[in-house]
Design a protein around this ligand. Sequence first.
Ligand code: ATR
Length: 276
Amino acid sequence: LDHYLVVGNPIAHSKSPLIHTEFAKQTQQAIHYEALLIDTSSGAFATAVNAFRANGGKGLNVTVPFKQAAWEFVQHRSERAKRAGAVNTIGFNQQGESWGDNTDGVGLVRDLTQNQGKSLTGQRILLLGAGGAVRGVLEPILAEKPASCVIANRTLEKAQVLVSLFAEIEPLSACTYDALAGQQFDIIINGTSASLQGELPPLPDNIIPAKRGWCYDMMYAATRTPFVQWALEHGAICARDGLGMLVEQAAESFYLWRGVRPKTEPVIEHLRYLLQ
Ligand code: ATR
């Protein structure tokens, strides 16, 4: 039985053990996957991962607040992890060296394009927020070749820094919420943590084009998130939360470790049912 972990703080409510256990059953992979709380004192992350590796552990998922620590910890980083500045998936190669990847962005893109049938190519995309969540998904979104991608944030400088990290990619720009007045976007993706406080980024009322605007919240909840609710009230033809992204990023991690792609749809449906 190969052992895997998801580590974070807090971690008790993580859905990853359930998701990976379902993937393993479905694909008949002999794995054991559990959650581990790591304390936030300096060095605790590296100590815990080293101990897990020494005991024969095969891989880890990493969640808040350790994704940057994981990025620093790993000996090898994928291109997308380098760009994301964060690692959510760790594995070990045959020499026992650690590698890190970031599957969040591909998870978001697959949920939109494959599960929901919404292509990003040629679309005008608005990203809300400029923290780690948005940085983590930027490159996979840009790789879909949208017509343009605007990052709006309360603190303009943080959005500008993200733009500068992807400077060679043309259609990317930064702005404040005020500067959105009078504009419309085909797809609006909420990557702020505003929902955690039950809040909304301050968006103008007519920013969603009638009968064709899509909205996506990277957060998910048992009931509609404030952003999904707002989107449906402001004319979005489709507004989804990030449950599919959660399962898709897990599927990509599972694939990196096991070389097998699990079916995600039944797992998304099961989780949605359990959330209710
Ligand atoms: P994460 O790693 O989850 O992205 P973060 O780095 O703390 O978390 O970033 C949170 C993001 O949500 C930021 O873009 C933040 O805006 P600021 O950079 O201006 O602080 C945004 N955010 C949080 N609460 C918000 C609110 N009530 N309205 C608008 N944006 C909000």
